[in-house]
Design a protein around this ligand. Structure first.
Ligand code: HSE
Length: 281
């Protein structure tokens, strides 16, 4: 019998990790579940869902079928934790299952990267763990549970599109070299699972200095987390979430980060890495 309903559990993701702009990403144990159901007649769907479905049906060259979709979960919208990619990946992978899996996992991932415009959230969503994604290659390594990601999520929405508009068209050579060294160190530390090397590794001169205009408390929150025992911290994706990573004292780090935000409302999560990636049922 034809499957009529699919549930896709998709992890939240943090992208960039400071200087790994549009390249580095990590999947986190915080989830959205997207339910896709075959319907007899068309249900209205929003821009992002429609756009994902249109690209999927175009790429499989089959007649589109009607479906409805629903999203449930804990990944907050427009906070730099990959909520949009949870929806896009859920729609593409869900429709693919209902269509009899005409596309491979890698082909679904490519569609989602196309929809997103950059691969750094999409890669860990599909593969789990820590990922390095260039335009041609994706490399994934698992992350041990002893490394904690302490996320402070301010009640401030930041649209990625707007947060990309504040970035400069060109950078100084010095800033590019400094950032490239730091990004290489982060990738090496994750690959070797030597997380102590992440101390001071997240310094970035590619995007965070410019995005601070939108989130002026960024440095203070990271500094507070580091003072309380974190290895370092960064803006999660394009924000507004700020993450510190730590091998110890995570409760203290969380408290210190929260305190540094002063009277701005925020929620906190102490998260481990999801090493599985999205799950379909
Ligand atoms: N690399 C992207 C950016 C991630 O920083 O704009 C957005 O989540």
């Amino acid at each position: 019998m034809k499957q009529v309903q699919v549930k896709v559990r998709v992890p939240a993701t943090t992208a960039n990790l400071g200087p790994g702009f549009d390249c580095l990403g990590v999947a986190l144990k915080l989830y959205n579940t997207i339910t896709i159901k075959r319907e007899v007649s068309d249900k209205t769907s929003s821009g992002m869902i429609r756009e994902s479905a249109d690209l999927f049906f175009k790429s499989i060259q089959q007649k589109p079928f009607s479906f409805s979709s629903a999203i449930q979960g804990d990944v907050p919208i427009s906070r730099g934790l990959g909520s949009s990619v949870t929806l896009r990946a859920g729609v593409v992978v869900g429709l693919n299952r209902l269509a009899g899996e005409p596309l491979s996992q890698a082909e679904c991932l490519n569609l989602v990267i196309q929809l997103e415009g950059h691969p750094d959230n999409a890669a860990p969503v599909f593969l789990g763990g820590f990922t390095v994604a260039t335009d041609e290659t994706i490399l994934r390594v698992p992350v041990l549970p002893k490394l904690k990601f302490i996320a402070v999520i301010p009640e401030i929405e930041v649209e990625t599109k707007k947060a990309r508009k504040v970035l400069p068209k060109t950078l100084s050579f010095v800033d590019a070299v400094k950032s490239e060294k730091q990004a290489a160190l982060i990738a090496a530390a994750f690959a070797a699972q030597k997380y102590e090397l992440l101390e001071n590794a997240f310094q970035d001169r590619l995007h965070q200095p410019y995005r601070k205009k939108l989130l002026p408390f960024l440095d203070k929150v990271i500094e507070a987390g580091v003072k309380a025992g974190a290895l370092g911290g960064f803006l999660s994706g394009s924000g507004s979430t700020i993450i510190c990573v730590s091998l110890s004292h995570e409760q203290n780090v969380a408290r210190a980060m929260r305190k540094a935000l002063k009277n701005i409302s925020a929620s906190m999560h102490i998260l481990e890495v999801d090493n599985k990636g999205l799950l379909v049922s």
